[in-house]
Design a protein around this ligand. Structure first.
Ligand code: GSH
Length: 219
């Protein structure tokens, strides 16, 4: 049986939860916050979540875990079989992470944790988010899914990256990030209707109380 380490408020953790739910794979959840304890670093070399424990050892990095799940539990598929189409999905996964998730994350301390992020950082993030979403718009299909007619791993990465990045864009810069990519709002609405996504959102809400207590305990 697989064990998924992480916590319900984490967007990366929720990407894996959604893939597991979509593929109807049973697993045990171990709630753990990112940390640098030697025990956890043995599981997750950077002390980050998610980490997926398998009978062969533990895997980290969300895109790698998504690909492992695809190879281990091929159906229903999260990647097309045809090599070029599969690589296009991987390209979208990577673009969402590199150009939406990671820049937006630099403003998370201010948006989600009441800290202050410098104006210089915010200027860089704003520019990066515009560039990222405009770049995504050039290659994404949004017809209705991000890579075309089929739901894929790229939709999972888009869902949980673009939602937080949109909150950052709105709160820090007062602009509508999804509006930069025609079809992105519609896709977000479609994905949000999915019963697995809704269940994960409820669990995220429920996990927020414990997460806030954990954050408070750090200061
Ligand atoms: N590149 C990692 C990023 C995972 C990540 O940043 N997870 C956050 C929680 S949402 C975390 O563990 N943060 C703690 C840290 O960065 O030390 C992945 O793809 O899984």
């Amino acid at each position: 049986m697989l064990t998924l380490h992480g916590f319900d408020v984490s967007n990366y953790f929720n990407m894996i939860k959604l893939a597991l739910a979509y593929k109807d794979v049973e697993y045990t959840k171990n709630t753990v916050y990112p940390n640098q304890s030697s025990d956890f670093l043995r599981l997750s070399p950077m002390g980050k979540v998610p980490a997926l424990e398998t009978h062969q050892g533990t895997l980290c990095e969300t895109n790698v875990i998504l690909e492992y799940l695809e190879e281990t539990f091929p159906l229903p598929a999260l990647y097309p079989a045809e090599p070029f189409a599969k690589s296009k999905v991987k390209e979208l996964v990577k673009m969402c992470e590199l150009y939406l998730e990671l820049p937006a994350r630099r403003c998370h301390p201010e948006v989600f944790f009441g800290q202050v992020v410098s104006d210089a950082t915010k200027k860089e993030v704003k520019r990066a988010l515009y560039k990222g979403m405009e770049g995504l718009a050039r290659t994404a299909k949004f017809s209705p899914y991000i890579a075309g007619s089929e739901f894929s791993a790229a939709d999972i990465m888009f869902l949980y990256s673009a939602d937080l990045a949109s909150v950052v864009a709105k709160k820090c810069f007062d602009f509508d990030l999804l509006a930069l990519a025609p079809g992105a709002h519609e896709l977000m609405a479609l994905l949000t209707e999915n019963p697995h996504v809704q269940k994960i959102a409820e669990e995220r809400k429920a996990g927020n109380i414990a997460f806030k207590e954990y954050i408070a305990s750090l200061s």
